[in-house]
Each structure stands twice: as C-alpha cells, then as structure tokens.
Design a protein around this ligand. Structure first.
Ligand code: SAH
Length: 248
C-alpha cells in the first residue's frame, strides 16, 4: 500500500489533507481513486490507514480508518556524518542510508574532500536530498524521515558530538593497523544514540583525527578492506541491523 508523509498540521484525528507533489503521485503515477486506501504518516510517530474521499487538482482528502502501530525503525538512533562526495554519490548515501534505517544525516566538507558547496546552492541541494530521504523512507516503510543537515564548519559539527550517547569516526588507519574490535565494544551495551563520522574520498586527515578524538569520538574500523566513502555508512548501518535486529 502506498505511504505518504504529510505535514502534521494537515492530519487531524479524523482526516488528512494531502497537498504538493504527492497529489500528482496519487492521481497520475498511482492512478488511485476515491475509495482507495493509503497509509498516511505525520513524521512524529503517527501512522494511519486512510481511505481517499475526494480528489481535486491540488488536494487529496482522506478519512482516517485506523491507527497503525507496527513500525520498522532501527532500535538505535544513528546519525551519519558524511563528508561531501562527488556527483550523485551523496544522493546514493541518503537514499540507501535511509532504506537501511539512519535517523539523520549531517553533511560536512572534510579537509581532503574534493567537493565544496557554494553557500548560495546549499538550500537547493538540501531540498533535493530531503525529498530523496522522504521517498526512501516511504518506500522502506519507515515511521520517520531522516533529517538532512549541512554544517558549514566542522567545529560546529564537532560540538554536536557531545549530545550523543556514543560517537565514533570510521578511520581507515584503524583498519590498516588491524584494530577491528572497537565497533563491537561501542555496540555493547547498546547506546541510545550514535554519531558516526565518515571521511571523504581522500580519507580523514591526521589533524581531523586528532580533532575528532578530542571531541570524544572513538576511532573504529570496519574491517580489513578499505571502502569507498559512500560504502562505509551502508556497511555500518547493515552491521547495526544485523547486530540488533537479526542476531537477537
Ligand atoms: N583514500 C583514502 C581512503 C578513504 S576511504 C586512503 O587511501 O587513505 C573513505 C572513508 O571511508 C574513510 O575516511 C573512512 O571514514 C571510511 N572507511 C573506509 N574503509 C574503512 C574501514 N575499513 N574502516 C573504517 N573506516 C573506513
């Protein structure tokens, strides 16, 4: 069944007003009609089974049939701090990372990152990435759409690391030195929230490694192979799912 995240103010106890691009999706792409059922979510934890009652050019109205309680969120809240990467790889990280259960994405430009964002383009880029996150969350049957935030300064992002129960940076040097145990240590017992910093194509500089460490982040390896920047978060998210959802 099709799922749509709707702004919370457009969802009352009894009915839902869907506006914007989802109207086109419902009418033109899915060819749904009055009487068809959809699931509407408010991105604040509410998930409802609804029936479409009217379809106009710019608004679809639906009545709430019942509240749904099944949910598919990872048991741990995980924020992926992803260094900017070239081309559409960032979109790939947001889409696949959302499917795999990330709670938020922080974007930053690492010292060795080839990509820099012009300030004037940040808003537009974020809009596009947030749309990708929304669609991926709908497709993955998630209860929440991950936040996508951009940090102009790495220092500001570092300050955030203190608000997480556990903070790590995925460090290729840790992997090269064969020190693969830290991630397992961090995951047991389960922290309530994790921040995981990922370096750019060129890797994490020594200066950055020192800065992450002094902000309370622990260096972790993802095993002996050196992964591309866009592969690393997907490995980590898959490992969290295996550890907390499959093994138990
Ligand atoms: N070109 C760099 C490697 C960069 S890999 C070099 O030759 O040193 C890109 C990022 O992915 C790294 O900064 C790190 O955050 C993460 N990463 C890749 N493989 C990893 C591994 N095995 N363990 C931990 N982090 C890894």
């Amino acid at each position: 069944m099709q799922r749509y995240f709707v702004p919370p103010e457009q969802m009352s106890e009894q009915d839902v007003r869907i506006t914007g691009e989802d109207v086109k999706h419902i009418a033109k792409v899915m060819r749904l009609k009055s009487g068809d059922k959809i699931i509407c979510l408010n991105n604040q934890g509410r998930q409802t089974l609804c029936e479409i009652t009217s379809m106009e050019t710019n608004v679809v109205t639906a009545v709430v049939l019942k509240e749904l309680h099944e949910q598919a969120e990872l048991p741990v809240s995980i924020t992926i701090a992803q260094s900017l990467v070239k081309g559409d790889k960032l979109e790939f990280v947001i889409q696949k990372g959302t499917e795999l259960g990330a709670s938020s994405f922080y974007l930053y430009s690492g010292e060795r990152s080839v990509v820099k964002w012009e300030s004037s383009k940040v808003k537009k880029k974020l809009e596009r990435l947030r749309k990708i996150a929304k669609e991926a969350a709908e497709q993955a049957e998630r209860l929440f759409v991950p936040d996508v935030l951009y940090y102009h300064s790495t220092e500001m992002m570092l300050e955030k690391s203190f608000s997480f129960d556990a903070a790590v940076y995925l460090y290729e040097e840790q992997a090269r030195h064969g020190q693969h145990h830290d991630l397992a240590d961090v995951l047991h017992p389960m922290p309530s929230s994790i921040l995981a910093v990922i370096g750019p194509e060129g890797g994490i500089s020594e200066k950055e490694a020192v800065a992450w460490k002094s902000s309370g982040c622990r260096a972790v390896s993802l095993g002996p192979r050196i992964l591309r920047s866009e592969t690393a978060p997907l490995y980590l998210l898959s490992a969290l799912s295996y550890h907390y959802e499959i093994l138990r």
